[in-house]
Design a protein around this ligand. Structure first.
Ligand code: ZN
Ligand code: ZN
Length: 113
């Protein structure tokens, strides 16, 4: 499971993880994936990626601050590198921003062509 998450270049849902891990290990079941995910979450090795209306995705926790792109056609979630410098400045004066999340929606390169 770690290997599947380590080599994944984007956050994976439980179904996607099962598919990816099944290429390495035969006979894996979805219950095994859920168990592994809950262990890795407890260890802090992975983070949950929550996008409204979507199945939870999981990614390595060591990626650093970044955002996501949700493809509306193939339903895959992609990592975006970097952040918007001005995002904190959207808050009114004297508001304290603690964190933020940004999700872009649209079509990935494969679906757009
Ligand atoms: Zn797509
Ligand atoms: Zn950001």
């Amino acid at each position: 499971m770690r290997a599947a998450l380590e080599s994944a270049e984007r956050p994976l849902s439980v179904d996607e993880l099962l598919e990816a891990a099944s290429r390495r290990v035969k006979g894996l079941g979805v219950a095994t994936v859920y168990r592994a995910v809950s262990t890795l979450l407890a260890e802090g090795w992975i983070d949950a990626v929550e996008i409204r209306g979507e199945a939870t995705r999981y990614e390595r926790a060591d990626k650093g601050h970044h955002h996501h792109f949700q493809c509306e056609k193939c339903d895959r979630t992609f990592d975006l590198s970097g952040c918007l410098d001005n995002v904190r400045k959207l808050a009114p004066p004297r508001f304290r921003v603690r964190q933020h999340s940004v999700t872009l929606y649209g079509l990935c390169a494969g679906c757009a062509s």
